[in-house]
Write a protein that binds this ligand. Structure first.
Ligand SMILES: [Zn+2]
Length: 521
């Protein structure tokens, strides 16, 4: 089956055919580094990461370019507010951006160009536009003459007349037409500036993406991603600039992700419901936030709420628990991938009876892989893909809890390895399953209610059991201590009390005997 992608430009799903067979170039609009990024931005960073991972899974050699906008009005304004140099703002929020991006499991792009390092490329492109008569100079600014680019408005599906009605000329702008946009802005006192054929100044925001995508991916590349809020004017302008300068349409497939609402409302600073990823990460692990962001189709709007996040947390735990419990039961080391691959591969030599539980589980693995790919081929339908992973988790749980011979024989270990590997590999394509962040089942017994992250029923049963054992052991030690006190062996009784205290178990002697509790932290 071929991959089909919804193209904003044509407003339909199209079969994916890359410019160069086997290779894919993706350009993704990156952050303007003047603040922490919000949950809506996060979706625009996670979506291309999933697309990239899936195309790699399908065998493509992918190059992902994402810019960092490190010169822009908002940065200059924030620097002025704080009384620091713009570079301080850029450094602080570039570091924060990378930290938060990593927390969401978003892999670094192959190339992350910064606008300020490509001003020369932008000037070169603007020169071509001026030479071709598509741009004009006024008071040291350079503007794109939108009336000279016939397809303007096609991406956002608007005609020029409608656009003109909504456009305006700001005070101090030397535009000939309200729709025209700045390619180059003349320097203002105290602002960073570069020399250019039109005098000192700085580039407009739109031109950086045209210059950098052309430089790193060529005049025509495969996929351009961004939030739906960037369709107009940013991406409309990118097309005008790149097509104008290079003479060809720059992008084969325009991919735009939908909005995120907060508690059913549009997110806005004025409504006080503005959610930064940094704040959300105080409450939820990055992988849960990522799970939430891909739990719906990327083009649909999604609603952020605590209920929704908690539901995602439980759902993700369910997948992780299926893996961890199965591996623990069958003594499979999740860190030893080679061993799992060897075990899973052994099934080709096994003569499983067709009606055996192992054959059934193996059949589910094959079916889930097929459905996972079918969903992802269909315009990267992550919701469908996640659904198929849950079906595999159900089959795995059923096998481990009810059908597997106890203790597990070799056939069981082979079947479990195949299912666990499939869950981990497909989960990794979505970036939601990371073995290094899953605790082995045995290691969980030290945690107790309140500090537990997983909420699944299996988890609770396991913990309740462990809690009972610990209670029994503490009671036993207190009985021993009481005997020691009766025998006036106070050294022994104090040692027991002190050693328990080291484990945050506090012993209090009362008239009715010793009582104990966990130290509150
Ligand atoms: Zn851009």
């Amino acid at each position: 089956m071929a991959i089909r992608i919804y193209n904003t430009l044509t407003r339909r799903k199209e079969e994916f055919v890359p410019v160069v067979p086997g290779k894919v170039g993706i350009y993704s609009c990156g952050p303007t580094v003047y603040d922490y990024f919000h949950i809506g931005n996060a979706r625009a960073f996670v979506v291309p990461d999933v697309i990239r991972r899936y195309l790699q899974y399908r065998g493509y050699n992918v190059t992902l370019v994402q810019n960092i906008t490190d010169i822009e009005d908002k940065i200059i304004k924030r620097a002025a507010e704080r009384g620091v140099a713009p570079q301080n703002i850029v450094d602080e929020f570039t570091t924060a951006y990378i930290e938060d991006r990593e927390a969401l499991g978003v892999q670094a792009p192959d190339i992350q160009p910064r606008a300020t390092e490509h001003v020369g490329d932008m000037i070169d492109m603007i020169k071509i536009l001026v030479e071709k008569g598509l741009a004009y100079v006024g008071d040291g600014d350079v503007y794109y003459d939108v009336s000279r680019f016939e397809p303007y408005g096609k991406l956002s599906n608007q005609n020029i007349d409608d656009l003109v009605a909504g456009a305006r000329v700001d005070v101090g702008e030397a535009k000939q037409d309200p729709l025209d946009f700045a390619l180059w802005k003349a320097a203002k006192p105290g602002e960073p500036s570069w020399d250019s054929p039109w005098g000192p100044g700085r580039p407009g925001w739109h031109i950086e993406c045209s210059a950098m995508s052309t430089k790193y991916l060529g005049k025509t590349f495969d996929i351009h991603t961004g939030g739906v809020d960037l369709v107009f004017p940013h991406h409309e302008n990118e097309i005008a600039q790149s097509h104008g300068a290079n003479g060809v349409a720059p992008v084969r497939y325009w991919v735009h992700n939908g909005y995120i609402n907060v508690d059913g409302q549009k997110m806005a600073k004025s409504l006080g419901n503005f959610k930064t990823v940094r704040d959300i990460l105080q409450q939820y692990p990055g992988k849960v936030v990522r799970y939430f962001l891909i739990s719906n189709h990327y083009r649909k709007p999604i609603n952020f709420s605590d209920d929704e996040l908690r539901m995602c947390e439980r759902a993700l735990s369910r997948l992780e628990d299926a893996i961890v419990n199965a591996a623990f039961t069958a003594s499979i080391d999740l860190d030893n991938r080679e061993e799992m691959v060897r075990l899973a591969a052994a099934k080709s030599g096994k003569a499983w009876a067709d009606d055996s539980a192992e054959a059934r589980l193996d059949g589910v693995v094959k079916e889930v892989r097929r459905r996972f790919e079918e969903s992802m081929d269909d315009d990267f339908n992550t919701a469908g893909a996640i659904g198929s992973l849950h079906d595999l988790a159900t089959a795995l749980n059923t096998y481990v809890n009810r059908e597997m011979p106890s203790p597990p024989n070799e056939e069981a270990r082979v079947a479990i390895s195949g299912a666990v590997l499939a869950l981990m590999d497909l989960g990794d394509v979505l970036g939601i399953i990371d073995p290094s962040s899953m605790k082995p089942a045995a290691g969980r017994s030290g945690q107790f209610a309140g500090s537990v992250t997983g909420n699944a029923k299996e988890d609770e049963g396991e913990l309740a059991n462990a809690e009972k054992i610990v209670e029994g052991l503490v009671e036993l030690l207190l009985d021993v201590r009481a005997r020691a006190r009766e025998a006036k062996e106070y050294g022994v009784s104090d040692m027991i009390r002190d050693r328990l205290a080291e484990m945050d178990i506090i012993v209090e002697d009362t008239r009715d005997g010793a009582r104990w509790k966990f130290a509150s932290k």
